[in-house]
Design a protein. Structure first.
Length: 276
């Protein structure tokens, strides 16, 4: 799909690649039972094209915000979902949620209806925009991606849309940290590719000072090409596309990374290994 082919999906509209903007709940290693909200729905649209993305190669890589799914459609889908047993509501799905112009409205509406903790996963590319920071301040928890300590590694791992820089994201995240009264996480995907840069990463974490650092490693296979399959949740047996697997970090090495980050930053650190 091309960017000009994207449209706004409202109540009763067909054309989304998934039947509902609300999915799950699904099991989360860190958060328990998570109800997903997808504010994009019709394609994979993101300002990153990360090498490890569970959606595969992103179809539309952009920094342009737009309305993809009307909030009324989200709320209609929510009423049909079994959300009562969820521990939190996570805004993620088919790409970068801050690209959705109605993110703030949707967070308030879903949180108000369910009374469940609201959580937004973001790569931080649009945090320099006051309206995006305002939208995110309505969430209870925000997780900002931080996979690389320098621009070269940032380009290799996250492969951002033209115009996005690591320096800009870090500066904007620091500003958001000063404004946000909720729980802020820095999410780090550790791979052999960036493993030797832990010290430099600690320097950035000391500037940001999140409430928590979450260490992940690519334990799941990912599609070599983009395809529609429950927003990236699949296994090798059921996936309708060729899967690849990035190298993971062994438990002993991951524990050492955790130790170094704790010692150098004094921050709370959680790891995917803690939830296995």
């Amino acid at each position: 799909m091309k960017e000009e082919e994207l449209k706004t999906i409202g109540p009763g509209d067909e054309g989304g690649l998934h039947p509902s903007a609300v999915y799950g709940p699904v099991s989360s290693w860190r958060f328990g039972s998570s109800l997903g909200v997808d504010l994009i729905l019709q394609a994979s649209v993101c300002s990153f094209n990360c090498v490890y993305c569970q959606l595969g190669s992103i179809q539309v890589v952009t920094l342009e915000r737009r309305l993809f799914v009307e909030t009324a459609r989200v709320m209609a889908d929510l009423e049909r979902a079994e959300w009562q047993g969820a521990d939190l509501v996570t805004f993620s799905g088919s790409g970068e949620p801050t690209l959705a112009l109605n993110l703030g409205e949707a967070v308030r509406a879903v949180g108000g209806r369910t009374g469940i903790t609201t959580h937004v996963l973001t790569n931080g590319t649009l945090l320099h925009m006051p309206e995006v920071r305002e939208a995110l301040r309505g969430a209870d928890r925000v997780s900002v991606k931080l996979d690389a300590p320098d621009e070269e590694m940032f380009q290799r791992v996250n492969r951002p849309a033209p115009g996005a820089t690591l320096a800009g994201i870090v500066e904007a995240t620091i500003r958001f940290r000063s404004e946000f009264t909720g729980h802020l996480d820095s999410q780090v995907m550790y791979m052999p590719l960036n493993q030797q840069m832990t010290g430099e990463l600690c320097d950035l974490l000391n500037k940001i000072r999140p409430d928590e650092v979450q260490l992940n490693t690519p334990k799941r296979a990912y599609p070599a090409e983009w395809f529609v399959e429950t927003r990236g949740r699949y296994d090798r047996a059921s996936a309708p596309a060729k899967l690849s697997q990035l190298r993971t970090i062994p438990v002993e090495e991951a524990e050492e990374v955790e130790r170094v980050i704790r010692e150098r930053t004094g921050l709370v650190v959680s790891s995917i290994y803690d939830g296995v």
